[in-house]
Design a protein around this ligand. Structure first.
Ligand SMILES: Cc1cc2nc3c(=O)[nH]c(=O)nc-3n(C[C@H](O)[C@H](O)[C@H](O)COP(=O)(O)OP(=O)(O)OC[C@H]3O[C@@H](n4cnc5c(N)ncnc54)[C@H](O)[C@@H]3O)c2cc1C
Length: 430
């Protein structure tokens, strides 16, 4: 019997006979954060104690999409059936959550059911808002416009890059928080390298349009990336937000965020990073802050108002860069704090803001940015990670997927803190 077939048989998909059911821990979302937490907690609390509400049939390893868009990985390698990643110890409730009632310790779901809980973990990810840029939803995936951010469009990036005959190539960064803030420029560096290898870079004008005032938030890595962009002859345009795409005439309209002036730029290829926001069901919910992010303490990950509610990953207002690496760092903290809360003990684990952004700068080189809440480096290896390095590229491309599928999703990878201490022979301060 095929290994995945076996896993599929073991996962229990709950379809409730009555309209109500109850769990010790209910996890909302079966993405990176939901899987990491639910797997680990089900091992500690036993079978049937943890329920996961997740409507999707497929789980994607999204960090691979940069390489899929650049033709260095196949799309199929980034996906697995949800039943193959869901722990056999949890009940998978295959529907979407539609309403929160934290005063009554229960949620409502799309199939008209109510689920009660003792503890709730919210791991709903971030929403892609292609529709917020005029004309974008209609043309993304067609006529030279692509985005690595969606499973529906990532394969078109590679097709357009490969078929490109030269001209204007644009890469954008929106005026909202996004997941993996390095991804909008990663694909640009790989595209540059591809076109150089094909001997056609002289026919291409590459421009980066970002809403941010700088190339990257963490200063140490920004210094390297400014240099990389310069060497690659990339035109950098900061404080520019994409507000409209005219697919037929291949024109992108940007607003200068300082002067509000609009400028129209012709393109032959454009990689768009869409605006993003908290999932609609969180906006205005009792669990969310004024914007819609789940309102948690940035260190304990416990909800600021409801002590039996915790949040993890992209859907929270934890002020760090939204990545799977951050999810790893948060998952161990959340798990231990939630178990402590169950025992009536103080929450002692503190998340330090650890996040990571591996930035490939060509096919074969990568800057491994790792930093904390303040953008201060929290580097695992005892070398200068702000330099482009070859081993990091292969670590990201070939080792990270193994770590994600086999350790992170199973709740066995809490980030590289221990590795960092070992690699620095215990001499590191954090
Ligand atoms: C192109 C790209 C490149 C990236 N590169 C990197 C990288 O190099 N390194 C890195 O660490 N991270 C990277 N990331 C970011 C990383 O993938 C995310 O930060 C990570 O997946 C966040 O995990 P999460 O659990 O918060 O959200 P997700 O993994 O997105 O999971 C959210 C889950 O919630 C489910 N859900 C949504 N609505 C509902 C509902 N109403 N009810 C129930 N379930 C619901 C969804 O179906 C989904 O399964 C990248 C992402 C992209 C797109």
């Amino acid at each position: 019997m095929h290994r995945f077939g076996e896993a599929t048989r073991r996962v229990r998909i709950r379809r409730f006979a009555s309209n109500a059911s109850s769990y010790r821990v209910l996890v909302l979302g079966g993405g990176a954060g939901g899987q990491a937490v639910s797997s680990a907690l089900s091992r500690r609390l036993g079978k049937g104690a943890v329920g996961v509400v997740e409507p999707a049939s497929v789980h994607y390893y999204q960090p691979m999409w940069t390489f899929v868009g650049a033709g260095a990985k196949r799309f199929e390698e980034s996906r697995k059936d949800m039943s193959d990643v869901m722990s056999s110890g949890v009940d998978w409730i295959k529907t979407a959550v539609t309403q929160f009632e934290p005063e009554k310790n229960r949620v409502a779901t799309q199939d008209g059911k109510t689920i009660s809980y003792e503890y709730l973990v919210v791991a709903l990810g971030i929403q892609l808002d292609f529709h917020k840029v005029k004309g974008l939803a209609e043309c993304v995936g067609k006529d030279g416009v692509s985005s690595n951010y969606s499973a529906n469009t990532v394969r078109m990036t590679w097709k357009f890059l490969e078929d490109f005959k030269g001209g204007e190539a644009l890469f954008t960064f929106p005026n909202t928080p996004i997941k993996c803030a390095g991804a909008p420029q990663k694909i640009m560096y790989l595209a540059d390298d591809l076109w150089r290898k094909k001997g056609m870079r002289g026919n291409v004008n590459i421009s980066y349009y970002s809403s941010l005032p700088v190339i990257f938030g963490a200063k140490k890595y920004a210094a390297t990336l400014n240099q990389v962009a310069k060497c690659k002859d990339v035109n950098l345009n900061f404080r520019h937000n994409l507000v409209e795409v005219k697919g037929k005439s291949k024109e992108a309209i940007f607003e200068n965020l300082d002067t509000q002036e609009k400028k129209t730029v012709k393109y032959d290829f454009m990689h768009v990073t869409p605006p993003m926001s908290p999932p609609d069901i969180l906006k205005g919910s009792p669990l969310s802050d004024a914007v819609g992010w789940v309102d948690v303490d940035k260190e304990t990950l416990q909800h600021k108002k409801y002590p039996n509610v915790f949040g993890i990953g992209d859907c929270t207002n934890v002020p760090t860069s939204k990545t799977a690496a951050a999810v790893a760092g948060q998952s161990g903290v959340l798990r231990e704090n939630l178990l402590a809360a169950m025992r009536g003990q103080a929450l002692t684990q503190k998340y330090d803001g650890y996040t990571s952004c591996p930035l490939p700068t060509s096919y074969g080189k990568l800057v491994l940015a790792e930093f904390d809440f303040n953008g201060e480096p929290l580097e695992t290896f005892p070398v200068n990670q702000g330099k482009e390095r070859r081993p990091f590229y292969f670590m990201k491309k070939d080792m990270m997927p193994f770590l994600y599928w086999n350790l992170l999703l199973k709740g066995r990878w809490k980030g590289p803190k221990m590795m960092r201490t070992l690699a620095h022979l215990g001499m590191n301060k954090r």
